[in-house]
Design a protein around this ligand. Sequence first.
Ligand SMILES: C[S@@+](CC[C@H](N)C(=O)[O-])C[C@H]1O[C@@H](n2cnc3c(N)ncnc32)[C@H](O)[C@@H]1O
Length: 188
Amino acid sequence: MKKDKITIKAKSEGYRARSVYKLFSINKRYGIIKEGIIVLDLGCWPGSWLQVCKEIKCRKIIGVDVKRINPIKNVEFVNKDVLSEDLLSILQRYGKFDTVLSDLAPNTSGKQEIDNFKSFQLSERAFLIACDVLKLHGNFLVKIFQSEDSQGLLGDIRKRFSFVKVFKPENSKKRSNEIYIIAKNYVG
Ligand SMILES: C[S@@+](CC[C@H](N)C(=O)[O-])C[C@H]1O[C@@H](n2cnc3c(N)ncnc32)[C@H](O)[C@@H]1O
C-alpha cells in the first residue's frame, strides 16, 4: 500500500505515526499535556503519542497496547488488552494520572455499524479506566467513531468533567468518521 504524504512527513521528522499531528493540534488548542505531568496512553502502538509526551517532558509516561511497541527510553509499556479484567489493578500500581489519552481503534471490518460499535466499546472502556485512575481536575482525551452510541458516551463524559469539546482533526483521513472528545477538569 502506498504511504500517504502525512505518514511520510511524520517518518521524516522521526515520529512513528501520522497521528502525531492530531495530538499536537489538540494539545496546542487545549493544553492537556504539560511538562511534569503523569500520563497514561491507551492504545499507544506504535508510539507517536508517547513520543509527544516525552518531547513535552512529562514526568511519567505509561503506554498500554495489545501490540508490543519498540521500547522508548523512560516510557513504561504494559502489553495488555484494555478489556482485560486485571488491567485496572496493574494501572493502580502507578498511582493517579494527570491525563489519560485514548487513541484506541478497532480493526475495521468495512461494515460501519459493526466498526462504530467496536469503537464505542473501546472508548467506553477508556472512559471507565480514566474515571478510575485520574486525579481530581485531571484531563481525558478519547477517540471515537461517530454514532448514536458516541453521543451517549459524550453525555456521560459531560457529567464527569466540567469542560468538554468535540474535535475533528484536519488531517483525519477523509473517509474516517472519527472524532476526539476532549474532557478537562475531572470532577469525580
Ligand atoms: C490508531 S492506533 C494508536 C496510534 C498511537 N496513538 C500512535 O500515535 O502511535 C490504535 C491502537 O489501538 C490498539 N488497540 C485496539 N484494541 C485494543 C485493545 N482491546 N486493547 C489494547 N489496545 C488496543 C491497536 O493495537 C492500535 O495500536
